[in-house]
Design a protein around this ligand. Structure first.
Ligand SMILES: *Cc1c(COP(=O)(O)O)cnc(C)c1O
Length: 415
């Protein structure tokens, strides 16, 4: 048995028993998102710094806080437990005292989404499903295709037209059935939901499936365990549907409740200036569903987010803030993150770094602060997007003099 105590509706607050509903029957599937609560007292009886020391170097190490029955919670794995890299030169460039990057680009399929997909696949197996589906702008899909292939389930993926080639190639390589929808992400999402009902597939769509957020939570659990007594002032993460920032924050709350840490960071939610419905909902208290706009950072290009309530609440409860960054600022962050820390981030991941720089300029984050930026996806996912940000090579004849001239010109430029 898992240690789930109940599932609580984020809108009306009603509580339900595990297994009863996927969304709140009173509030409906659009607004009635559920939040999974655990018996944290019991979790704390076995989950502590000492017991963690002997466990798998993957996100499955937190089994007490995962929504899975024992036989479905693996004791090893290749997802999670990604490095937390301190990067003084990037810290100086963005203007904070200390900066760490949580490099989730190193996950099996190259993104933070592997945390959620792996829990989704395990949950689908626990419920006896053999097929699973999702609608995604990219990483949720490629991670689901990976996790399904690894577990032997079949995957059905609904993508919109803006999917980068790298992510599409991953889907096909992992053997998923791919539907590329001639329409928006919202239309792909609705079609996927209908297909799941009609064809009996497990629905991985994160916002309506509270189990997935529990996978994303492991990002926060890990940062908490990795920093132990040295908690950061802020944790920055980019926001599309809103599940990631909510999940990561929940991780800190639970690690504090079980007694592994005694601090809680403020959360910085970062959105694109051109697609910022959750930042706006933070100000107004409601979601503008007429959403449009477009950003270069495809993974956070979500004009009508599903999980805005959880995302607004997490940032609010943490005493945090939302900031918006332009595509220009994101491209700059792709360049600087690569050059100053050695971490190649996809645009939506670099947005978390751009957000820190912008929050310092705005006076939201103090220049004396310590900050963790969640690097949610690998730069190799979207080569065309990366090239736009990082420039072109020197095209020359095979001639040493040309090399020397370019090196000289560069060193003049630097001095
Ligand atoms: C999905 C994703 C995000 C945003 O997560 P949400 O849960 O949609 O808010 C950020 N960065 C990357 C790389 C992603 O794939």
């Amino acid at each position: 048995m898992s240690l789930i105590s109940e599932l609580v509706c984020v809108q009306c607050g009603s509580g339900y028993a595990e297994g009863a509903h996927m969304t709140c029957p009173t509030c409906g599937p659009d607004e009635g998102i559920l939040d999974i609560r655990f018996d944290l007292e019991r979790a704390g009886e076995t989950l502590n710094r000492a017991s963690l020391g002997g466990r798998t170097a993957s996100h499955w190490r937190y089994r007490e806080l995962l929504p899975l029955d024992e036989g479905y919670c693996p004791t090893d794995g290749s997802i999670g437990w990604t490095p937390l890299i301190e990067t003084p030169r990037l810290a100086a460039a963005v203007g904070v005292r200390r900066l760490w990057l949580k490099d989730d680009g190193r996950n099996a399929s190259g993104s933070f989404k592997d945390r959620a997909s792996s829990v989704g696949v395990a949950h689908a197996q626990q419920l006896g499903y053999s097929s699973i589906a999702c609608a995604s702008t990219g990483n949720a899909a490629s991670s689901l295709a990976h996790c399904a292939a690894a577990a032997g389930l079949s995957a059905n993926i609904f993508v919109s037209r803006i999917i980068p080639d790298g992510k599409l190639a991953q889907l096909l390589a992992y053997g998923a059935r791919v539907f590329k929808i001639e329409g928006s992400y919202a239309e792909a999402y609705d079609l996927c939901t209908k297909a799941c009902v009609e064809l009996g597939w497990y629905n991985r769509n994160c916002a309506i499936n509270p189990y997935l957020v529990e996978g994303k939570k492991t990002g926060g659990l890990e940062v908490a365990e990795q920093l132990q007594d040295d908690g950061p002032d802020w944790v920055s993460g980019s926001v599309g549907d809103g599940c990631s920032i909510a999940g990561v924050y929940k991780g800190f709350v639970e690690m504090k409740a079980v007694g592994i840490i005694n601090w809680q960071p403020r959360m910085l939610g970062v959105q694109s200036a051109d697609v910022a419905p959750i930042a706006e909902a933070m100000r107004t208290g409601s979601l503008d569903r007429s959403g449009s706009g477009d950003t270069y950072a495809d993974s956070i290009n979500v004009p009508v987010p599903r999980n805005w309530r959880k995302a607004v609440k997490a940032v609010g409860d943490s005493g945090g803030a939302y900031v918006c960054v332009t595509d220009e600022q994101i491209m700059r962050a792709v360049r600087e993150t690569g050059r100053l820390s050695g971490v190649f981030a996809e645009p939506a991941a670099a947005a978390a770094v751009a957000g820190v720089a912008s929050a310092v300029v705005d006076g939201v984050i103090d220049s004396d602060a310590s900050v963790v930026a969640m690097i949610t996806g690998n730069g190799l996912k979207d080569i065309r997007g990366a090239i736009k940000a990082v420039g072109a090579p020197h095209v020359i004849a095979p001639d040493l003099q040309r090399v020397i001239k370019i090196v000289e010109a560069d060193s003049k430029g630097e001095s």
